[in-house]
Ligand binder design. Structure first.
Ligand code: SF4
Length: 430
């Protein structure tokens, strides 16, 4: 039995999981939510690399598969490495080294989720805090454009709404919960106040609240984005009377009309509230290590995602150097998919392009990306048979331990060997 194990599924990275293991198989998961249990107990791992020959898949060994991948990347004119939110930051670091070596574009999943949040933070800063601060201090909690009950099931019980804390001993009874969303989500049903905003109205709503907090009640019209003025006044009063308030924002803001401007308006509301009391804002990051992608990319390349090494210096321009744009323009001729499943999430046209080029998948499981790949190398899974560092959604690094030994190589090991092979190929070409 293993105690205090971190769950590598969502950005909460709950590190109180108890695993029961028999013969290299997880038989029971204690403390984890349903998503966690599914992850730890998922069957059907791949153990042998496969590559495509004509219309058929052939099994191969790891040495051959690694050499194949290195040859494809070394010969590529516009390689793209995409994903990374489902692997360790150590593996990302090696990926960045390979990208620099061959002039590839390195992009991660935040390009498609909280990239706009990062752009807003680059403009107006990040009034963040740890989840521990929320648990111990927050008496007003606002979920805006997110539904943690579905996507981060233990967020409310472990870190926010229902948890007890040093200054919130009664837990839920000590907190007021406000949910702002375009529909009455599962989280909204648990709120003290649910504000239903018209789709695309978040920017206006943030600014209306900001005006009220600033004392400009007279300028507010009868309704703003479908919300009555009286509701806005009441909400602003609750926000202003908090001792410590925490906003959690989701992709309802980043992937709707207004995009990063919505988050920017949210941060500016938090700034305004901070003139009166204490407020913070934390994006609810989805994948368990998507925050780690931004941390590691920023550390190694200076930018959090959409990093292009093709010019010999780092070039960053989301919309031009993002993975989806490079695929949509049919620029990429070799793609590494790691720690995500592009086949499941990207637009059909871009997935069709993946089928025409050298696409290589590193994943413990057959995925929809496998269907369009030329080569699939199976790997150990961080938190099961591999270990590594991940960053929780509040930016706290957590060591994700290995639960058992399977003998499968980790992403880190495979990528290091691909890097060595690429260097050998380049030396042979000189
Ligand atoms: S809330 Fe997220 S990190 Fe926590 S146990 Fe569930 S899936 Fe895992």
């Amino acid at each position: 039995m293993i105690k205090n194990h971190a769950c590598p599924l969502c950005g909460c990275l709950c590190d109180d999981i108890e695993l029961h293991i028999k013969d290299g198989i997880v038989t029971d998961v204690v403390n984890g939510c349903l998503l966690s249990s599914g992850k730890f107990r998922s069957p059907g791992r791949m153990v042998t690399p496969i590559h495509r020959e004509g219309n058929e898949w052939k099994e191969t060994d790891f040495d051959t598969a690694i050499r194949m991948a290195a040859e494809m990347f070394a010969a590529a004119k516009r390689p793209l490495f995409y994903g990374w939110s489902g692997t360790s930051t150590e593996a990302m670091h090696i990926g960045l080294e390979i990208a620099e070596e061959i002039g590839a574009v390195m992009d991660n999943c935040s390009s498609e989720c909280h990239g706009p949040t990062i752009m807003a933070v680059q403009e107006v800063g990040h009034p963040g805090c740890t989840l521990g601060q929320v648990k111990n201090r927050a008496d007003v909690i606002v979920y805006w454009g997110c539904n943690p009950i579905a996507a981060h099931p233990r967020h409310l019980s472990r870190y926010s709404t229902y948890s007890t804390g040093a200054f919130r001993p009664e837990g839920r009874a000590d907190r007021t919960v406000i949910v702002v969303d375009i529909r009455e989500s599962e989280t909204a049903k648990l709120a003290d106040i649910f504000i239903q905003v018209k789709p695309g109205g978040d920017y206006a709503l943030f600014n209306a609240l900001r005006a009220i907090v600033r004392g400009e009640r007279d300028v507010i019209p009868d309704t703003v984005a479908g919300v009555e003025r009286s509701v806005l006044f009441k909400t602003a009063d609750i926000l202003l009377n908090a001792k410590f308030g925490s906003f959690f924002t989701g992709i309802g803001l980043t992937q709707s009309r207004g995009k990063y401007k919505n988050v920017r308006a949210g941060i500016e509301l938090v700034d305004e509230l901070n003139r009166h009391t204490k407020y913070t804002l934390t994006p609810l990051r989805g994948h368990w290590n998507v925050d780690g992608t931004n941390q590691m990319f920023s550390l190694a390349a200076g930018y959090p995602y959409a990093v292009d090494y093709s010019r010999g210096i780092v070039h960053y321009n989301p919309g031009e150097t993002s993975g989806v744009d490079i695929l949509a323009k049919h620029e990429a001729d070799a793609v590494l998919i790691i720690g995500t499943d592009l086949g499941a999430h990207f637009p059909r046209e871009t997935v069709a392009h993946l089928a025409r080029i050298n696409t290589i998948v590193l994943d413990p499981f057959i995925s929809l990306s496998t269907a369009v790949a030329k080569l699939h190398i199976p790997v150990a899974s961080v938190g099961l048979d591999a270990e590594g560092t991940a960053y929780r959604l509040d930016g706290v690094p957590i060591h994700v331990k290995k639960a058992f030994n399977s003998g499968m190589p980790s992403d880190e090991v495979i990528l290091s060997r691909i890097l060595d092979e690429i260097r050998k190929i380049k030396a042979e070409q000189k």
